[in-house]
Write a protein that binds this ligand. Sequence first.
Ligand code: FNR
Length: 401
Amino acid sequence: YQRDNFWAVNEGLVPPFNTEPGKLEELAKEKLTESGWYYASSNAGLSHTHTANRQAFYRHRIIPRMLVDTNARDTATTFFGHKVAAPIGFAPIGINKIYHPLGELPVAKVAGELGLPYCLSTAGSQPIEDVGKAYGSSSSSGCKVFQLYMPHDDEMTVSLLKRAVEGGFEACFLTVDTWQLAWRHDDVNTSNYAFYKGIGADLGLSDPVFQKRLRERGIDVNNMTQEEKVNASAMWIDSIWHGRAWSWEKMPWLIRTWKELSGGKPICIKGIQDVRDAEKAVKTGFDGIVVSNHAGRQVDGAVASLDALERIVNAVGDKTYIMFDSGVRSASDVFKALAIGAKFVFIGRLWVWGLSIMGEHGVRHVMKSLLAEFDILLNVGGFKTVKKIDRSAIESYEKNY
Ligand code: FNR
């Protein structure tokens, strides 16, 4: 069985935790500092959108098929021309040193090893170059994606994109739903404090243009007092979560700049929920769309990401490459998003909990378990390949029941 490749149990190295979502959270909470836990677990406002994301999955049901020869099934697919092990990727998550002292490095390593796309956040706590190396080459399988939070400083944007290209990143996702962090009740007093203490800013502090900006303010990055480090980290966070919205007019510049630097590699837009915005993204020249509400962390009361996906696929599914995230907690959630029409599904909090519980082993365990669950689902559900998963494989209901 192909699933043996993914089947963590067979290695005899199963970490002592089970990957059921509720249990993962409990264990992660025990391991994390209070600020780390609140940063990861908080949603915007009253968590209505977080709840809506989950409920939308419950409103859709898979229709399994029987007596299909799935013995030679295959979870593999492609992602912008890259061969990948499954239509499952690592969503960008900032400041990974909150969860583990090595930050993004073990996460990128596991993603590379599993041959899955990995998105590095601009709010990363390790230099772009080191994360690129930890993932390894993506020429034969996998893909490294650089997620951009776009500063209001074009020279800095160019510098970040250039570093990404030189570090072997082969696609860019521009996140447009987070010019600033939304009001997240439990988080407002604690996580900014953690960031300002300087635990998470190494991606920025290692940037030559940002270092120049620091020098203009009299800070030498190679010789900082603790107080200067805190100030420098605060300056970095202010330059990526600046609170000043960009508009569509600037997008052609960004697309052109990325294309020139990368030699024509794809650039996608992450955080789209409205059909009109999806149409605009296609017209503007983005190569793909990530339908996402940032795990329900930005606009509380916003539509469920899966409902937005359905409308956006109906409108522009034949014109662009549509990806999905927000609220995925199991292989059957992945399946449902694919059946609605997403070509790729990204995972956020699940791997964050794995990283928090047990670093590299934890990330590997969670993601391998998800891959195994997906492979088994194809077998018991009667789907031989990812391509076979379409709208006929799913039914939707008006209400939860
Ligand atoms: C995020 N997300 C995010 N997105 C992004 O573009 N850049 C970032 O730095 C972050 N950081 C981040 C931190 C944490 C703690 C969370 C939970 C989320 C959003 C992320 O990429 C993705 O959209 C969601 O996490 C997907 O939802 P699930 O899988 O977490 O439910």
